[in-house]
Design a protein around this ligand. Structure first.
Ligand SMILES: [Zn+2]
Ligand SMILES: [Zn+2]
Length: 352
């Protein structure tokens, strides 16, 4: 079968590999969709400390069950059958550590990841490892949800995890930095799930800002390359600032701007990680102190957030279909990375 194998930074090859065998405590999927995100591009250029090469990458996965290991249903209490439609979690918690037992699976100390320690979804077939099955990380796709939409449940789950910590109340003013697919999802979740009030979308790429705005219709777009973002948000909020700010980008300055534009009791999500080589920001601690700001991190998602993402897609509360703007065959997967890198599409999905 064909698979995208990572060997080293910038040495990533589509090649023929043996079709994987399904062990007694594993499930084999025929991958139908594996979507791409900025992380894939980062891996392409930099690799990742937890990624052991050669490795099939790809972590936003939906597929059809083609084999169920003989012990799976008895061991994990499921009822998986050949032909079932399934979505796979990407961040795999251990289920046993202090954090997992507290129900904080997104910050499991022993977290592993599909496409890092286990072969991922840019392949015709993949094995769902027992570590995923153990934490109920293989999810049934509702009948009215397509495989392409289901593959977007993983990034969607990360956004759900982040917003859950923000306590967004009906009518809250929300600013989202980053007009990528995840920024679009944040806007839809803030409105569709939390009934946010005015939502403003910020980016420095005018084309991407327009493309995403055409899809999710923020109340206003702000081009950070052209205007002072903090000043503009202050104007738009009558000088009060934004109640909630989500930085879905790796640009350090957006985190600083987020603190400067936060309203009293404002809540901030540092959703996107910063470059490893420069992870520091300047923070006016007195703003945090006097305005009672809440600054939250966000680290992937828990299995339960993936289930909820599938449910929101199924009920129509948070649509994702129209955000998937490119469908690309597996042998052109490297083109998909280029499209993601250049921000030329909202969401790109690969179809093995
Ligand atoms: Zn991703
Ligand atoms: Zn754990």
């Amino acid at each position: 079968m064909k698979a995208l194998r990572f060997y080293a930074p910038e040495d990533v090859r589509v090649e023929d590999v043996p079709e994987p065998d399904c062990g007694p405590d594993e499930i084999k999927l025929k991958v139908k969709n594996c979507s791409t995100c900025g992380t894939d591009v980062k891996i392409f250029y930099n690799g990742h400390q937890n990624l052991s090469p050669p490795r099939t990458i790809g972590h936003e996965i939906a597929g059809e069950v083609v084999e169920v290991g003989s012990d799976v249903n008895a061991t994990y209490g499921g009822d998986w059958q050949v032909g079932d439609r399934a979505q796979v979690i990407a961040a795999v918690p251990c289920g046993d550590c202090y954090e997992c037992k507290k129900g904080w699976m997104a910050v499991c100390q022993n977290q592993t990841s599909v496409g890092y320690q286990y072969d991922g979804g840019f392949a015709e077939y993949m094995i769902v490892p027992k570590q995923v099955l153990k934490v109920d990380g293989l999810n049934r796709i509702p009948d009215n949800v397509g495989y392409d939409e289901a593959s977007a449940a993983e990034p969607f789950a990360c956004a759900i995890n982040a917003q859950e910590l923000l306590g967004i109340e009906p009518g809250d003013t929300v600013v989202v930095f980053g007009a990528g697919p995840i920024g679009c999802m944040h806007i839809r979740i803030a409105r569709g799930v939390h009934q946010a009030g005015p939502v403003y979308l910020v980016d420095v790429n005018a084309e991407r800002l327009k493309m995403s705005a055409d899809a999710v219709h923020p109340d206003e777009t702000i081009n950070g390359a052209e205007v002072d973002v903090v000043e503009r948000v202050m104007e738009l909020t009558g000088g009060r600032g934004a109640d909630v700010i989500i930085t879905a980008t790796a640009a350090n300055i957006t985190q600083e701007q987020a603190i400067s534009m936060a309203a009293r009791n404002g809540r901030i999500s540092f959703f996107g990680g910063l470059p490893k080589t420069d992870p520091f920001i300047k923070c006016d601690s007195n703003l945090v102190h006097y305005r009672q700001l809440h600054i939250h991190g966000a680290n992937g998602s828990a299995p339960e957030h993936n289930k909820r993402a599938l449910e929101y897609i199924s009920t129509g509360q948070v649509p994702v279909k129209d955000l998937i703007t490119e469908h690309i065959p597996l042998d052109r997967v490297l083109d998909a990375f280029t499209i993601v890198k250049n921000g030329e599409a909202i969401k790109v999905t690969v179809e093995p």
